[in-house]
Design a protein around this ligand. Structure first.
Ligand code: 13P
Length: 250
């Protein structure tokens, strides 16, 4: 089963609209004609419109870093799926560990967001992953199974092309401590097995599972050449055009 890999940049709270434009000006020529992998950039909300036109009809997609599940209403600070679509987004990151850690996101709210994103037609990147204490306590697989089961509750396998799961071990995010390919592959197998319970075997084989956590140009090839790793969600190293292009071209 060959699954096209997805390399997504999560810019987190970095880059103004001007800085986002400058990035794209440098980045597009570096990945021109690259079709082996899918490429997506997820800027902060305010910088998305600056890239709508620049990325239109290119090989680079645009995504949000979060969204709320309601269509509209009195929800200060939130944006809806339709709003992301209206500025050219095709993708959205959901349940990032920083959302879970600092902003009260739970397995249940991630599931609600995924349902709404699917209904609206956005492709979701659903993040799961254990914290260091959980890995050290030997409960990583239990945590991944629980997060995966809850994220996919009520989701049908027929939608599998419209979402991916990103395995992001929290101890590897922004720390420079990348999971070894073996650690990532083991985790992906656990996730795929759990996904099969919710989605069925066929759909689980089609499900793309990304790895995220201190991906750099130097380690991208070792990770991305694993059949079980269907792409990457890149934070820090996606902020520089040359470095993200090198990762995309692993
Ligand atoms: P880093 O690549 O900076 O470790 O961040 C990973 C991440 O959180 C991507 O969503």
């Amino acid at each position: 089963m060959s699954r096209k890999k997805l390399l997504a940049a999560n810019w987190k709270m970095y880059k103004t609209p001007q800085q986002a434009e400058a990035f794209v000006g440098g980045f597009l020529p570096l990945v021109h004609g690259h079709t082996r992998d899918e490429i997506v950039i997820c800027p902060p909300y305010v910088s998305i419109p600056a890239l709508t036109e620049l990325l239109c009809d290119t090989n680079v997609g645009l995504g949000g870093q979060n969204m709320y599940w309601e269509k509209e209403g009195a929800y200060t600070g939130e944006v809806s799926a339709a709003m992301l679509l209206s500025v050219g987004c095709t993708h959205v990151i959901l349940g990032h560990s920083e959302r879970r850690q600092y902003f009260g996101e739970t397995d249940e709210t991630v599931n609600r967001r995924l349902q709404a994103a699917l209904a609206a037609g956005l492709t979701s990147i659903v993040c799961i992953g254990e914290v260091l204490e959980e890995r050290e306590a030997g409960i990583t697989n239990d945590v991944l199974r629980r997060q995966c089961e809850n994220a996919l509750r009520g989701i049908s396998g027929e939608h599998v092309a419209k979402f991916t799961i990103a395995y992001e071990p929290v101890w590897a995010i922004g720390t420079g401590k990348t999971a070894t390919p073996e650690i990532a592959v083991d985790a992906h197998r656990v996730i795929r097995k759990q996904a099969a319970v919710a989605l069925g075997d066929d759909a689980a084989q089609k499900l793309r599972i990304l790895y995220g956590g201190s991906i750099k140009p130097e380690n991208a090839k070792a990770l991305m050449s694993q059949e079980e790793i269907d792409g990457g969600l890149v934070g820090g190293a996606s902020l520089d055009p040359k470095s993200f292009a090198a990762i995309v071209k692993w």
